[in-house]
Design a protein around this ligand. Structure first.
Ligand SMILES: Cc1cc2nc3c(=O)[nH]c(=O)nc-3n(C[C@H](O)[C@H](O)[C@H](O)COP(=O)(O)OP(=O)(O)OC[C@H]3O[C@@H](n4cnc5c(N)ncnc54)[C@H](O)[C@@H]3O)c2cc1C
Ligand code: SF4
Length: 327
């Protein structure tokens, strides 16, 4: 599958990148590691006239402790650097664990945290070649007007399938977004729309520059569990992140988030209230597993059945909670 010709823009500074975005906003795609963008461009899911390559902007890389507490991570930081960061492993272990499960070591060397957060949603009917999609009459997400997964509906249910966002949601991460009109900082939770097609709140002239982890979620125990077909290199088909802080033998605070079973990564509502102030028993972990399974809304967007993926959310949530309580 060949690439449609495009013009490559290679800014050296963030200001230069922003001025390119200002000029070409209507027909540009941002390239970070390119591990998802390039295969998608080969499949003709995107055919931009310009590709803005961020890889030479050194100010967008790195993991830094912030003065008032917490940690700042440049959007262009490779996932392998996150996986091997001693600072993150010590203070935000759920993030290093989730990053370490992405794809394979080679892809983690190329793929970035910003690219993982911005990753396109996935569906069996969408992540295919142009010929394949054409043979099926296309679909709402690209070039068509029907959904093969929920026929008769008008909505796209493609699944958000990145590993680090549920960990980041549990850690109450915020992201910085820069555009020609300035900077804004928002909770990651507010970044996703819950729609499979226009899945993120990001204008074509905007880019994600930094990720902030607050001090108040540092030192929480964390666990990430993931269902995938090939253990060595695969997207999640269901994923659960759990963070937990214990105090005097009880759980002071906990959060649970899911990925790959909805069009956005989601926090499990009610989990924090149900766990906080309690001692974690197997039956409590099981009831949070039930809550998580009710939050998951998988459809037939992947090779595994929705029923199995929902069941694995229940099982992984229970296991992750029990592991976080004892590790
Ligand atoms: C075989 C294979 C297996 C994979 N397995 C997994 C897996 O297990 N888990 C997983 O999470 N992912 C997986 N991926 C997907 C991908 O490798 C990762 O999600 C990676 O983190 C994407 O980062 P990137 O820097 O390469 O993004 P890119 O491919 O460069 O970009 C991805 C998307 O984000 C946009 N983007 C990138 N950076 C920014 C930014 N700073 N601001 C605004 N928009 C931006 C791009 O325009 C594009 O739409 C897999 C990919 C392959 C090919
Ligand atoms: S969920 Fe429906 S509209 Fe969305 S990508 Fe899949 S088939 Fe297309």
């Amino acid at each position: 599958m060949s690439l449609t010709p495009f013009k490559l823009l290679r800014p050296r500074t963030l200001d230069e990148a922003i001025s390119y975005l200002d000029k070409h906003a209507n027909n540009v795609r941002i390239l970070a590691g390119g591990t998802d963008l390039i295969p998608s461009m080969r499949q003709k899911l995107f055919e931009p006239e310009f590709v803005l390559d961020l890889r030479h902007i050194s100010e967008l890389r790195g993991i830094r402790e912030q003065q008032g507490g917490g940690v700042e991570i440049g959007a262009l930081t490779p996932l392998s650097e996150i996986e091997h960061s001693e600072l993150l492993r010590r203070r935000y272990p759920v993030l290093t664990e989730a990053a370490a499960t992405v794809a394979s070591p080679v892809i983690r060397n190329m793929g970035t945290l910003g690219g993982n957060i911005c990753l396109d949603t996935r569906c069996l009917w969408y992540n295919q070649s142009l010929t394949w999609r054409k043979g099926c009459g296309f679909c709402i997400k690209k070039d068509g007007d029907l959904c093969h997964v929920a026929p008769g509906g008008t909505k796209c249910w493609a699944a958000f399938s990145a590993d680090t966002p549920p960990a980041l949601l549990c850690l109450k991460a915020e992201i910085e977004i820069v555009s020609p009109s300035g900077r804004r900082r928002i909770p990651l939770q507010d970044f996703y729309t819950g729609l499979g097609d226009s899945y993120r709140k990001l204008e074509p002239s905007e880019l994600v520059t930094r990720i902030f982890l607050p001090e108040d979620t540092a030192d929480f125990r964390g666990v990430y569990r993931k269902l995938r077909i090939r253990g060595s290199i695969d997207y999640p088909l269901a994923g659960v992140a759990v963070v937990m802080k214990n105090s005097n033998g009880q759980i002071a605070e906990a959060r649970v988030a899911l990925t790959a079973v909805n069009p956005a990564p989601v926090l499990v509502k009610g989990a924090t209230e149900a766990i906080s102030g309690k001692i974690l028993t197997e039956s409590l972990a099981e009831s949070i597993g039930d809550l998580a399974a009710r939050t998951a809304k998988p459809l037939t967007t992947s090779a595994l059945t929705p029923e199995y993926r929902r069941e694995m959310i229940r099982v992984f949530t229970k296991r992750a909670l029990m592991a976080a309580a004892t590790n």
